[in-house]
Design a protein around this ligand. Structure first.
Ligand code: HEM
Length: 434
């Protein structure tokens, strides 16, 4: 029988209310090592940090640890009870397997022209010399990309309605109302239900190479398909927005590294089109994206419900507790990453390859339920940044404080990322036209 875990903090530290949770958990690691506990009104959480502890969380399935027991109550009110991220065991596999085929490399690669077209049309209206918040702009862009990839481009016609309903349901207050089970959002859910019913009817009549068709083929009913669509939009769009925003912010805070990224763009792409093939040859840019994801992982906290008591590091974690793993804190452990506070994308290059230790980098989770959109998100980041960095030069608006806020489970820049752009005068031809 293991010892009892030290409980070192309470509600505000878990939910990031008025305190710096990141600093708190990092200090917890310094004092107590890779496992300790915190408590809020309803739950006690065992906090697991570092590669070994991450492996433990990410490789355990039911009957030990459960996604459903962690996210089920609130998540099912927001997305629907059958959403993939709320399922365990066979029910999870039954839904994840058909989705995986849509996230195949060849489907993602075939999407590069659409991504370029979306970023081109989104940036056409950008005004030189006028400051704007990059996070807000890129939020719109990643929503469009997710919509096009997940739902098919012809959703274009329904796009403004879908965007409007989604925004109302998923803004922080809408989410909180739904998660609390309050009925205020029901009319938006009904509108969304009608919209997705029309997409589903269309795919039943004319199956396509998209996720809705795959899920229907797998025998999911209409409500189940809608739950997956909502979950994928939710999981896929804000995360990608944050990854792009932090990459642009950190690159422009480090002009020497930015120069190398631009030189790589010239050497690999020149004035040619952005192709899926070329995206494989951008290691300098790729390392900048990874370093931003290390310092500011979009998902900063994830949890599981404990269904069976277990022992770890000499401590007992009882049934009924939760466990949490914290990507941002784990990415800042000095015994894993050299000078973890320092922006140093070359840490990912040979011979250092600091990320090679399994489960050191967990920005996309890991194990059997690693993020289903990982390849899409990394590809999108490379395509969008290749376009933006060739078409525009960016300046961070002087005097702003770009810093991570405490917004629950996400690492968001709390004051946004204000930029000023200038057109470089270059063009990016479309692949098909080139
Ligand atoms: C930079 C962008 C992204 C980041 C940082 C990210 C991060 C993560 C993380 C950390 C997890 C694991 C959560 C846990 O262990 O509790 C996860 C799971 C997941 N992600 Fe992502 N994600 C990104 C983009 C996407 C995209 C583009 C999609 C889909 C369009 C997506 C869909 C999902 C889904 C469905 C799961 C749950 C998988 C399952 O239950 O089997 N993500 N993601």
């Amino acid at each position: 029988m293991g010892r009892q875990l030290p409980v070192i903090g309470h509600f505000p530290y878990i939910h990031g209310i008025g305190v710096d949770s990141f600093a708190f958990f990092l200090e917890g690691y310094r004092q107590h090592g890779r496992i300790f506990a915190v408590r809020d009104t309803f739950n006690t959480f065992a906090v697991l940090l570092g590669p070994e502890a991450n492996r433990f969380v990410l490789e355990r399935e039911t009957p030990h640890l459960s996604w459903g027991a962690a996210y089920g109550a609130e998540g099912s009110r927001v997305m629907g009870p059958t959403a993939l991220a709320l399922q365990d065991g066979e029910e999870h596999r039954r839904r994840r397997t058909p989705m995986m085929s849509s996230f195949r490399h060849q489907n993602i690669a075939a999407f590069s022209d659409t991504m370029v077209e979306l970023v081109r049309s989104q940036t056409e209206t950008w005004k030189e010399g006028q400051p704007f918040d990059f996070v807000g702009e890129v939020s719109e862009l990643t929503f469009r990309v997710a919509c096009a990839f997940l739902l098919g481009v012809q959703v274009g016609e329904d796009y403004p309605r879908f965007r409007d309903i989604y925004k109302k349901m998923f803004r922080p207050v809408g989410l909180a109302l739904q998660a609390a089970g309050l009925p205020y959002m029901q009319r938006y859910r009904d509108q969304l239900g009608r919209l997705s019913a029309s997409w589903i009817a269309d795919r039943r009549a004319r199956p396509r190479e998209d996720i809705i068709s795959r899920l229907l083929e797998a025998g999911l009913d209409d409500k189940d398909v809608m739950a997956q669509v909502l979950m994928l939009m939710f999981a896929g769009h804000d995360t990608t927005k944050l990854s792009l925003s932090w990459t642009v912010a950190t690159l422009h805070q480090h002009p020497e590294y930015l120069k190398r990224v631009l030189a790589e763009q010239d050497a690999v792409l020149g004035d040619g089109p952005i192709t899926a093939e070329a995206m494989k040859s951008l290691p300098v840019l790729e390392r900048a994206i990874r370093e931003a994801n290390r310092l500011y992982p979009p998902v900063s906290l994830a949890r599981r419900g404990v269904l069976e008591e277990f022992e770890l590091g000499g401590y007992t974690v009882p049934k009924g507790w939760m466990v949490m793993y914290l990507p941002r804190v784990s990415h800042h452990l000095p015994d894993v990453f050299n000078e973890p506070e320092r922006y140093d994308p070359d840490r990912f290059a040979a011979p250092r390859e600091e990320h090679k230790q399994p489960y050191a980098m967990v920005e996309f989770g890991g194990g059997y339920r690693t993020c289903i959109g990982k390849e899409l998100a990394l590809f999108e980041a490379k395509v969008v940044l290749s376009y933006l960095l060739r078409m525009f030069s960016f300046e961070l608006v002087p005097g702003q404080r770009i810093e991570a806020g405490n917004s629950g489970a996400m690492t968001s820049p709390k004051n946004g990322v204000k930029v000023i752009v200038k057109r470089t005068g270059r063009r990016v031809p479309m692949e098909k036209a080139a």
